[in-house]
Ligand binder design. Structure first.
Ligand SMILES: Cc1ncc(COP(=O)(O)O)c(C=O)c1O
Length: 373
């Protein structure tokens, strides 16, 4: 393994920062000079425009997507004794947020070609305690929401969408975060709409949830110094909101740049023996947060790329149900065979909007050279 700085980085914000530095610094200065640093005009404006972008009446800015998931579940009164059905093929915070409410995550397996929740399996895990389904729109593509929503309606379950990786993705023309009771978003720097620190939001079409979230994020208060219920501190701050306000209008253009890179990968990597490319289902638009391939020779390929100076990553190398932190839940190897297999075979290639196209072409030719060995 080559540990020096890669020639082709997996992700970087530095090119984008260099291009817009003056605008960002002006926006930060405007907030610092405004006299209002928390829950001011920038957050209110971002909430309005982000809700419009997602096609919902309300968005509530919070500190992170982990908090967005946690607070959305709290706003739905989910807690100890309840079961929330989700996947283990996700980032740890999906599961951590469920556990933080005191509820129990229950895992279903995923589809091998899309990496997404296999909604056909929902029936098999339904119990008297099931209260909520939490689909994760992983890597930039949405879960098959129509059958999922039909299932939820049939059994009176809530739906919280984990949209951390899917801002801007659509399903039959509907944006991520517009189909469930609530959608949870991350503005962590690597994300498709990323800021310069932590940030998150909950989208919802339900006024009762929007209202509840606004007080849960602010110590349970609706007016100063009086708690209506036990709450938390989880606010999107004015500086991050100002930066997000600058970035939101360019979101679709930056997704288009990601898609151009995905096209180069798709064109260049199609037809290689032993290599499976990501699949996008009909009726869904993928915003290419990640571009993830599958191969039995994953570790070898990853090492080969590193020697060529090309950084790649495995999202994710360890399925959550088998991690030490979650041993107490009693899952054993073999419980989620597709998830476990993916952990051994997936590899994400460099992907960010400013990745030079000649570097994307170099990634393709390196993978091709490897496949001839
Ligand atoms: C699928 C998923 N859910 C939740 C989160 C948590 O987001 P945040 O870092 O904003 O708390 C992440 C971030 O990595 C994620 O990828």
């Amino acid at each position: 393994m080559n540990n020096s700085t890669p020639k082709i980085r997996y992700w970087s914000y530095l090119e984008e920062y260099a291009a817009h530095r003056d605008d960002y610094l002006r926006a930060v200065d405007a907030v610092f000079s405004s006299g209002r640093l928390i829950l001011g005009q920038q957050v209110a404006s971002f909430e309005e425009h982000f809700a419009a972008y997602c096609g919902v009446p309300s968005a509530v800015g919070v500190n992170s997507c982990t908090d967005a998931l946690f607070l959305a579940l709290k706003a739905l009164d989910i807690g100890p004794g309840d079961e929330v059905v989700t996947v283990a093929n996700t980032a740890v915070p999906t599961v951590a947020a469920i556990r933080a409410t005191g509820a129990t995550p229950v895992f279903v397996d995923v589809e091998a070609d899309t990496f997404l929740m296999d909604v056909v399996q929902l029936d098999g895990v339904l119990s008297r305690r099931t209260r909520c389904i939490l689909p994760v729109h992983l890597f930039g593509q949405m879960v098959d929401m129509q059958p999922l929503l039909e299932f939820a309606t049939r059994y009176g379950l809530s739906v919280v969408e984990d949209c951390a990786q899917a801002c801007g993705a659509t399903y039959n023309g509907c944006r991520a975060g517009s189909l469930g009771d609530a959608g949870a978003f991350s503005f962590y720097p690597t994300k498709v709409l990323g800021t310069f620190g932590d940030g998150g939001a909950v989208t919802t079409s339900r006024p009762d949830i929007a209202r509840r979230l606004k007080r849960l994020r602010m110590y349970g208060m609706e007016s100063a110094y009086y708690a209506e219920e036990e709450g938390y501190n989880s606010r999107l701050d004015e500086v991050q909101a100002a930066l997000l306000n600058l970035k939101l209008p360019g979101l679709d253009a930056s997704i288009a740049l990601r898609r151009r890179i995905a096209d180069i990968y798709n064109d260049g990597l199609t037809g290689i023996d032993g290599l499976a490319l990501p699949v996008v289902r009909a009726g869904r638009s993928h915003q290419q947060y990640l571009y993830t391939i599958r191969t039995e020779r994953r570790d070898e390929l990853m090492n080969f790329m590193a020697v060529q100076g090309i950084e790649t990553k495995v999202n994710y190398p360890d399925p959550i149900h088998l991690m030490r932190a979650y041993h107490f839940m009693g899952y054993v190897p073999g419980t989620l065979p597709v998830t476990e297999r993916l952990a051994e075979t997936i590899l994400s290639l460099p992907m960010y909007p400013e990745l030079p196209l000649d570097q994307a072409a170099e990634v393709v030719s390196a993978v091709r050279r490897f496949s001839l060995q």
